[in-house]
Design a protein around this ligand. Structure first.
Ligand code: ZN
Length: 318
C-alpha cells in the first residue's frame, strides 16, 4: 500500500491538515484551533491528522512522515515551538514535534515556520513551479514572507524573508513588533482592524463593524473587509489603498535588491481579495522598480489556504 505524508498548518484560528500521496492531495480536514491551552491545541492537531487520514481512506499505519507549519519561533532540530502569540499556550516552550510523534507511534515529525511551509508549498506544488527565484508574501492576520533563491529555501540566520517588517514609512504606524512603519502595520489584517477602530473612536463613519456583527464575527475578517469594499465603504477603501501602497513599495524594494523571477501574493486577505487586489499591488510595485521593463511575475497562490499544509508535507520530505 502506498504510504502517505500528512501536512498540518497550525494557525491562530484553524488547524488545517492534508494527506498527500505522490504530491497529490488525497484527503484533508480542518477544525478550529482550541482556545484553551497548548495541550488541547496539540490534541486538536492529532485529531485533525486522524480525521484527514480517514477522508483519504488511510490509517496511522500508512503514515510515512508528518510535517507541521506553525507560527512562532521554531527549533527545527528538536521540534519545539515558542513565542507564537496567537496560539493558546504557545508563547511558552511547547514540545510540539515530540508530542505529535508520540501520538503516532514515533512517526517522524518535521516542524518549521508556517510561512516558510506555505512558500515551499507554492514553489513545489503551486504557482511557483516554473521559477527558481521567488518571494512569497502572505497577507493575513500579519504579513509573512519567504524566499526561494536558486531553488533553495533561504533561512539566513533563521529569519530570512520577513518582509512584513520591512520599513515602508519611517515613523509611521506602530507594528506588532513594536517598531514604527513596518509593512505589516499597514497591510496586516490585525493592524487594519486597529486602525479602523481608531478611526471610529475619532468620529469616522464606517459599515465595517456592522458587517462584522451581522456575520457573527468578533474580528474584521478578510470576508468582512471584502464586503465593506463591495459596498463602497470609504474607510475600508482608504485602509486597503494604504495596504496596497505599502505592499507595492515593499515588493519593489525586495525586487530591486534580489532581481526575482516571481512574487506570489497569498494569505487570508490576499486570497479573499483575489486577482484585482494582486493586480493593484503589481501596479503599485511597478512605480518603484529599478528596471520596470523587466518586472517579476506577480501571481496569486494556486493552493490558496492549503499552501501551508501542502508545504508542510514538502518540508517533511513528501
Ligand atoms: Zn514590524
Amino acid at each position: 500500500m502506498a504510504e502517505v505524508t500528512v501536512g498540518v498548518d497550525l494557525g491562530g484560528t484553524k488547524i488545517q491538515a492534508v494527506v498527500v500521496s505522490d504530491r497529490i492531495v488525497v484527503g484533508q480536514s480542518r477544525c478550529a484551533t482550541p482556545k484553551t491551552d497548548a495541550g488541547d491545541v496539540m490534541a486538536g492537531i492529532v485529531a485533525s491528522i486522524r480525521a484527514a487520514l480517514d477522508t483519504a481512506g488511510k490509517g496511522p499505519s500508512d503514515l510515512r512522515a508528518i510535517g507541521i507549519g506553525t507560527p512562532g519561533s521554531v527549533d527545527a532540530a528538536t521540534g519545539h515551538v515558542s513565542k507564537a502569540s496567537n496560539v493558546p499556550g504557545f508563547m511558552d516552550d511547547v514540545p510540539l514535534g515530540p508530542t505529535v510523534s508520540e501520538a503516532f507511534e514515533g512517526t517522524c515529525v518535521t516542524v518549521d515556520n508556517d510561512v516558510r511551509a506555505a512558500v515551499m508549498g507554492e514553489y513545489r506544488n503551486g504557482a511557483g513551479r516554473p521559477y527558481r527565484n521567488l518571494l512569497g508574501v502572505f497577507v493575513g492576520t500579519g504579513v509573512g514572507g519567504g524566499l526561494i533563491l536558486e531553488g533553495e529555501l533561504r533561512h539566513g540566520l533563521g529569519n530570512a524573508g520577513e518582509i512584513g517588517h520591512m520599513t515602508v514609512r519611517p515613523g509611521g504606524r506602530r507594528c506588532s513588533c513594536h517598531r514604527l512603519g513596518c509593512l505589516e502595520a499597514y497591510a496586516g489584517r490585525m493592524s487594519i482592524e486597529q486602525a479602523a477602530r481608531h478611526h471610529v473612536d475619532t468620529g469616522h463613519k464606517t459599515k465595517l463593524f456592522e458587517i462584522m456583527e451581522r456575520k457573527g464575527r468578533d474580528r474584521l475578517t478578510s470576508s468582512v473587509i471584502a464586503e465593506a469594499l463591495d459596498q463602497g465603504d470609504r474607510l475600508a477603501i482608504d485602509l486597503i489603498d494604504a495596504a496596497i501602497e505599502a505592499l507595492g513599495l515593499a515588493l519593489a524594494n525586495a525586487n530591486n535588491l534580489l532581481d526575482l523571477e516571481a512574487i506570489i501574493v497569498g494569505g487570508g486577505l490576499g486570497d479573499r481579495l483575489g486577482e484585482p487586489f494582486v493586480r493593484r499591488v503589481e501596479q503599485e510595485m511597478a512605480k518603484n522598480l529599478r528596471i520596470p521593463e523587466r518586472p517579476p511575475a506577480v501571481l496569486q497562490t494556486e493552493l490558496g489556504d492549503l499552501s501551508g499544509a501542502v508545504g508542510a508535507t514538502v518540508l517533511a520530505g513528501g
